[in-house]
Design a binder for this molecule. Sequence first.
Ligand code: ZN
Length: 427
Amino acid sequence: MRRIVAAVLLSLFLSLLVAAQTAHRVAIRAGKLIDGRGDKPIENALILIEGDKIVSVTPGGSAPSGTEVIDLSKSTVLPGFIDAHTHVLLQGDITAEEYDEQLLKQSIPYRAILAARNAHIALTHGFTTIRDLETEGAMYADVDVKNAIANGEVPGPRMQVATRAMTPTGMYPLLGYSWELKVPTGVQYVDGAEGARKAVREQAMYGADWIKYYSDRRYHFESDGVLHSMVNFTDEEAKAIVDETHRLGKKVAAHAIGSDGIAAALRAGVDTIEHGDGLTEALMDEMAKRGVYWVPTITVGVYVAPGRGGSWEKMAALERESFSKALKKGIKIALGTDAGGFDWKKLNQAKEFEYYVQYGMTPMQAIRAGTSVPAELLGWGDKLGTIEAGKWADIVAVSGDPLRDITELQRVVFVMKGGTVQKNELK
Ligand SMILES: [Zn+2]
């Protein structure tokens, strides 16, 4: 018996030894390193990477002999970006027609192919991680895209996915078609507290990392100057969604634009508020107190407003006001763009950083909003979001200085994900 144990231990030791020897080592020489922790960049830093993880970060420092060195000495190096709100299965929907056409005329396999392309676009723009917040009628195809990337079959960011999202019956498109037609639905219709619990279990069974639900619709300004909305679920239903999700160890994202929808989502106990244009002072205080994240998605709001008309222009202006107030109140703001709500090919989602600086963040705050803050939101604060020993080697670089010009982040020249170079324009 003792001999068997010794043999097992020896073979374990040998296999560890082999693994240590075969793990690929590479070093990055960074002209300037914004590690996502300190307030100032580190000049001339050496990042040592082994396999998919960062081993050490040293100012000055030289690479161990025989280690391949990637020369980024003329660049600014940062943690890989994180977009906490995307739709890889959507190709822009400024109008209802654009949305309906995708669901009616494109098969889910075709949409999944475009999703793989979109994931690659995100990666080349420096987004090494995304939280994809529902498939808009493409069922569980986000789980397949995520798995194909994780298995190394196609290039793309790390993903957490929400699968189908939820509203009660009749509160999300496709709508307005003859009752004689069976048309696809952009979300899963869910009714009653028991129905809510069952839907959460079903989505979790098929691979949802997050549960998303639509807290409201029909956004409108009233005489009090506040952006109001119609709340979708009863409190009992929304609480059942949140309770069941938390029971399964997962988290809830709520689409909530008007003040009524935000208030209802906070009553239900959600973890993140998406969009949040109609945030009032009282709602912001509540979010700050409870540590609920705000994912503002400014890029999409500004982009779709001219094409949508109605209250959308005023909503985009209101969100700018809310943003500076939220910043003063210390709300946790995580970068999210709603890419897919705009065409992935037409707009670089890193534009969101630019809005945050325009709306009152320092460039360093904006960078954290797109790196360490969403890493925590995803529950990956110990693995992602900063460049330090022990974390996954998700690293990007730009040629200029983003602390002087935040639009530099829209011109990423180098991308590494998990220690593998995905893009290098400096070679
Ligand atoms: Zn969205």
